[in-house]
Structures are given as structure tokens and as C-alpha cells.
Design a protein around this ligand. Sequence first.
Ligand code: MG
Length: 162
Amino acid sequence: MRIGLGFDSHRLIAGRPLYLGGIGIPHPKGLLGHSDGDAVIHALIDACLGAAGEGDIGQLFPDTDPATAGVRSTILLQDVVGRLRKKGFRLGHADVVVAAETPKLGPHFEAMKDALCPLLGLRRDGLGLKAKTHEGLGDIGHGRAIACWAIVSLVKIPPRKK
Ligand code: MG
């Protein structure tokens, strides 16, 4: 079994749709980024790549590539999980902590699981989602940014019997 850790943060700015955990969330601000800015998925991708020894999201999807400008991060995650499968890995579990002062994320966790579990190839109890505020401190606490940490385990897929 292999373990990977990922982190990501993005600025929250007015006038962008908010995408987090693979879903759109109604909010006056959205995450600024080359893609849709989904920090939960970006942290999950880096955790997956780290566990597989495959570098990081910036190497795989450079923010200078016009092909990924504005892309939904769910597409990127699907690509990464496919790469892991080709290397003979599947996810064992994933666990996520999101630091956001607003919006409240707990009410959106079930919808996030609906979006993420099929992409990750996990059962609902294989994905942990937790939200923390930043107690009003710093940029996260003032609603100017959202940060996310993710940890995943990868397990080797047994070779098919001939
Ligand atoms: Mg990112």
C-alpha cells in the first residue's frame, strides 16, 4: 500500500462560479485558477500522483496550457485515476480537510461524494470530507481564500488470472 499527501489553495474572488469537490456551489465568490480552481480535486490529484510517484499536478497539467484553461477539474481527476489504473493501482481510501470560512460546506458533502466517489472508484465510506473554518484568521478566515489537504492510499490491483 502507498500513501500520498496533497495540498492546494486558491484565492476567492467575486464574479467567478465556485467549484469545490467536483460540484458547483452557489456563492458570490469563486476560486481563481487556470482551471475551475477546484482546490479539493487539486489536492486529491496531488495526493494520488504523490502516492504513485508520478510528480505533481503542475507537471501534468501546466497552467500555461491553453487546452486546460477553464477545464473542470473532474476531467483532470478522471485522467489521473486512469493513469494510476494503467500503473496497476486503485485507490484504497481518500480523506480530505477543507479550510473555508464561507460558504458552509457540510451541507454539500453528500453532493460532493456523489460527484467524487465514482471518479475515485471509492465507496461512499471510502471518502472522508471534513470542513474547518479558520477562526477568522488570515486570508482564509477573511474569506479571501480556500485551502485543502488530502491524503490517499493506493493499493496494487492484483493481476488478472489467465
Ligand atoms: Mg490548484
